[in-house]
Ligand binder design. Structure first.
Ligand code: ATP
Length: 227
């Protein structure tokens, strides 16, 4: 896998909820084409870190940069427009809308022309043939695994340069989780820069190039999966 210029750089991020410190100097670097995991126990600050990157939480210190420009404090839609797409924990689909409508809404999150949208849709259907078979089905009636596929598909509709996956297989049966990991490997092989947040190191380090471990909002380890 080839890696290139720095896409995302997070430095010294500090974030707290009322009195609870969630991030205490967290840092993270993602280069083009890199597949990076953030692992840590419950409450380590993983979700806080990616929510701060995605503009959903405002840190009280530190900075987030995208291709060398500081973007700390930008709104979620501005971050998305830069090419950063997040698949949130819990999927956050529009349950009453169809698969096709959810995908179309994904595409509107980043202004791209009709040709790019059509190409994104073809890519999503190639990764998830099951979604193509269920275009008119309401998202809320899909199985858990199909909902996760739709959530990832919707994020990919923005043609992101960086995809962030939070607990992509949480709550899924083992076989379904394996299918999602197979798809994530496919995304990796396509060269899209990705951050995977997970509690399960064994699963993530099998697919990632670099891993960081968070403990109490700080990075205590950074290295390859073998290390
Ligand atoms: P999990 O794997 O359980 O999702 P996590 O590593 O994603 O955990 P965070 O959810 O980022 O960790 O939480 C970091 C710290 O911030 C924890 O101590 C948590 O209790 C606290 N925290 C998270 N969200 C809130 C909130 N909305 N209000 C108050 N404290 C919060």
């Amino acid at each position: 896998m080839s890696t290139g210029d720095t896409l995302l750089e997070v430095r010294d991020l500090e974030l707290a909820y009322d009195g609870t410190v969630a991030l205490d100097g967290a840092r993270l670097l993602v280069r083009e084409g890199e597949f990076v995991s953030v692992v840590g126990a419950n409450g380590a600050g993983k979700t806080s870190l990616i929510r701060a990157i995605a503009g959903m939480l405002t840190p009280r210190g530190g900075r987030v940069s995208w291709r060398g420009t500081e973007i700390t404090g930008r709104k979620p839609w501005q971050v998305c427009a830069l090419g950063i797409a997040q698949v949130a924990e819990g999927r956050q689909l529009f349950a009453a809308l169809s698969v096709a409508e959810n995908l179309r809404l994904g595409a509107t999150a980043r202004r791209t022309g009709p040709a790019a949208r059509a190409a994104a849709m073809r890519r999503v259907f190639a990764l998830f043939p099951r979604l193509a078979e269920r275009l008119t089905q309401r998202a809320g009636t899909l199985s858990g695994g199909e909902q996760q596929m739709l959530a990832i598909g919707r994020a990919l509709m923005t043609n992101p340069e960086l995809l962030i996956l939070d607990e992509a297989t949480e709550g899924l049966a083992l076989l379904v989780a394996r299918e999602i990991w197979r798809i994530i490997r496919g995304i990796r092989d396509g060269g899209m820069a990705t951050i995977i947040v997970d509690k399960n190191h064994a699963a993530v380090t099998a697919v990632t190039s670099r891993n960081i471990i968070l403990v109490k909002g700080r990075v205590v380890f950074e290295g390859s999966g073998d290390e």
